[in-house]
Design a protein. Sequence first.
Length: 435
Amino acid sequence: MSRPEAVLTAATFASRLKALHAGPRIAVALSGGADSLSLLVLCAQWAAKSKSRFVIAYTVDHGLRKEAAAEARACGRMAKTLGVSHRVLRWKGEKPASGIQAAARDARYALLAEACRRDKIDDLLTAHHLDDQAETFLMRLARGSGVDGLAAMASERPLEHGVRLLRPLLDVPRENLRAIVARAGLSAIEDPSNDNPRFDRVKARRLMSELAALGLTRERLADTATNMARARSALQAATDELFDVAHRHPGGFIHIDVAPLLAAPDEIALRVLAHILRAVGGTSYAPRFDALTAIHAALASGALAKARTLNGCRLVVARGRLLVTREASAAFKAAPVLLQTRDAVLWDGRFSVSLTGGKLPKSGSAPEVRALGAEGLKFAHAVGCAEPDWPKSVLPTLPALWAGERLLAVPHLAFQAADTGLTARFVYRGHFTSL
């Protein structure tokens, strides 16, 4: 890993953005801490060099701490001081009782990506730095992570709506960023959780000085993470090649011949199975490794002749093919999505849905997307809808457009209510997103 400049200037930061092919309109994820504030300072300096450049800061208020609203307002004042536009994004609705940190992270990136889409911004910047890389490596090592978990955070990765997440500071030490804030005469928000020893990241941070004495410096750990990322890329290339032989159907299911799966090295086969389960299950993350290996073992032994479920998917082998479909109960539990604009929305993590033609109903009576279900399928049959030659279990899990209990459209069955003038378009994404 190349070492960073001793002092990050507007010019050297601009060269970093140029290397990442950042566009003239960028957004910054601003928590108000020293890391994100230093990034905002650099971005403000970058924007000041050209009238064609635009920066906006987004602060996400998760609504999980009573101080969050005041901190969000403070972020707005910081952005104003730097001459940067600012907007608070709020995570609304009920919060999960467990897995709150993971849910908050997913919600944060979803809110940020949607804000970028709305503001016509392609690049979202975060302030992840060298210490973050080293600490993340240590935490994942403690959890027994494999190659993927130990790989370094990438300098760029895709988010929803075509937005790119950019991390231009991954090789910069934390103290360099704090120096930028000090030179700007600003005061960052101090989050008390950053010193709470209950959190794994704080424990890892406190270990760093002891590990450095053994030669395990943050630079060495980050270099190791980079080496693991290189290994991951090689594995990914082999995985992509095998995944490409899978048949991804527009109805949201996938099948693949068993023979090439069993002929592949176990690591590659497990990765392909994980990708299939993510694509059909509409999830961002792979299932638990022990559950995944159990499916692989069942595939090798022939036990998958009897269907199993995992990750919201149903898996069964017939006539030499592994068929993976959406589990009906999981599709029925997928949250309905209101269509209040003509912008495409995502339903069940699988289908991109949009409307054309006609007039959208007034607010309060917008159509929504939810699973077709048994009753919807019965109605579709009654009006003579065409039924594709797909597994019967797939049909109730198809996305449908509803107005209350009235079925408006099921594009996969060529059904469209004539009196609405609206045309629904449902497109199965059928892919996985690398993290």
